[in-house]
Design a binder for this molecule. Structure first.
Ligand code: SUG
Length: 436
């Protein structure tokens, strides 16, 4: 028996809007606006609390301590911590914002996961994503690997790999471009691996406006090292990328036997759907695909509302909840799509809306904030419970954030040297919660 465990990113104290992600429309739109770090972390905790109350095993991944002084040293800054921050800001506020980034919160980009049922050696494999395409995220994989190794330290048959080398040709953005379909978590899964470019094939169409982030070579390397055989390599359409779909989870979402996707999500959708049909037919199982056309949901509305970045959560009885960002309820086309899914005879029978605007303003919806890991039943009790979300932990983390997070933060505030101390103190106190 296996169940799915959700790992949400705990939003860090230096959450800010520096507009660092070219091709991510929300990030660009909110560049240099004031952020609200305390509100951000509380919004994330509220989602974790509610999802846990739905009966899902919910854990969190802690944020790395920022600013990243190691990165500043590698970039040639020297002297005291204060000197480095001031010199970096004088040189480039965007560079300072990069080493202060709280982007690790989007744990859909933390790693790619292959459960033990799908790997050749019967082990659970996790590869932290190198995030090589975005400088401000490219250092996070070390901290991710450390956290995952702590959480799975007592587990049997779990391998946390190192990230792939940080080359453009191997640019990897983790589970945001990966969907595992299955009739049930204990049975075999079919892995949809969606890539934006192939560094070794110049004949494929490429986006003209925005960068493609996920490399085909990276996705293949991960399947190979995980020993996963049952996967489809699918190219994301350049049209979608150029419309602001920087990850596949902005245009499609799947859970077990349900797949929601936009007609522009994949090159050769029909072939993809045919292969999925075959996978379920081979097991004599039904599945529930929902295609949304551009007339039902213009791609601009999909990007604006983040409808496809909803989480689909299986409740203990087997029925599913669509966990949508509140923006879906404010976008008539997207709201109608959510209602269509709930009104169908498929497993999704309710929709719930969440205010996650602090994360949304940087291009991260409900599904971006979580990493799904299918874990064998016997390993569940071996997970490090210091990272587990229950009512008491939500209160502890809420109190911790209320004490250590600023209410507001602007990109110019990042040069305020008092922030260094505040962020380090928050990190120290969080370690006490995790390590006590
Ligand atoms: O990589 N935004 C993130 C958002 C990631 C969303 N994740 C998924 N779709 N799974 C990104 O673009 C914004 C940072 C800034 O502008 O300060 C940022 O990194």
């Amino acid at each position: 028996m296996s169940i799915e465990v959700n790992f949400d990113g705990l939003i860090g104290p230096t959450h800010n809007y520096a507009g660092l992600s070219f091709g991510n429309v929300a990030s660009t739109q909110h560049r240099n606006q004031q952020s609200f770090p305390r509100q951000a972390v509380l919004q994330g905790l509220e989602k974790m609390k509610t999802v846990a109350a739905m009966g899902v095993e919910q854990y969190f991944l802690p944020p790395p301590c920022r600013p990243n002084f190691l990165a500043l040293q590698l970039l040639g800054f020297s002297g005291s911590n204060t000197d480095m921050v001031k010199d970096c800001f004088a040189h480039s506020p965007a560079l300072l914002a990069s080493v202060y980034s709280a982007a690790s919160m989007w744990t859909a980009n933390a790693a790619t996961v292959t459960p033990s049922t799908d790997s050749a050696d019967g082990k659970l494999h996790l590869t932290p994503a190198n995030l090589a395409r975005t400088f401000h995220r490219s250092f996070d994989h070390r901290h991710t690997a450390q956290s995952l190794r702590k959480i799975f330290a007592s587990s049997d048959r779990v391998i946390v790999h190192d990230a792939l080398p940080p080359a453009h040709a191997l640019s990897d953005e983790g589970a945001a471009n990966h969907t595992r379909l299955c009739a049930g978590h204990s049975g075999p899964g079919l892995h949809l691996m969606v890539f934006g470019f192939d560094p070794f094939d110049n004949s494929l169409p490429v986006p003209q406006k925005f960068p493609a982030r996920q490399s085909r070579a990276a996705s293949e390397a991960i399947m190979r090292r995980h020993g996963a055989a049952n996967f489809l390599m699918i190219q994301q359409t350049p049209i979608a990328i150029d419309a602001g779909v920087f990850h596949n989870d902005v245009i499609s979402v799947g859970n077990e036997n349900v797949l929601l996707y936009h007609e522009t999500a994949f090159i050769d959708s029909q072939q993809v759907i045919g292969r999925i049909n075959q996978f379920f037919a081979d097991q004599n199982e039904a599945w529930f695909p929902f295609e949304f056309s551009s007339s039902q949901l213009p791609i601009r509305d999909a990007v604006q509302s983040y409808f496809f970045n909803s989480q689909i959560v299986t409740r203990p009885g087997g029925k599913m909840t669509l966990v949508c960002p509140i923006e879906v309820s404010e976008t008539p086309t997207a709201k109608a799509c959510a209602e269509r899914v709930v009104a169908s005879d498929g497993p999704v029978d309710e929709v719930r809306y969440f205010d996650l605007r602090q994360s949304m303003n940087n291009g991260g919806g409900p599904a971006c904030l979580r990493l799904r890991v299918v874990v064998d039943k016997e390993n569940i009790s071996r997970l490090n419970s210091r990272f587990r979300i229950d009512q008491a932990m939500v209160e502890r983390l809420g109190n911790w954030a209320s004490e250590h997070y600023r209410e507001q933060l602007s990109v110019d505030d990042l040069v305020d040297v008092a922030l260094i101390d505040q962020a380090q103190r928050a990190d120290l106190e969080l370690r006490k919660i995790i390590e006590a």
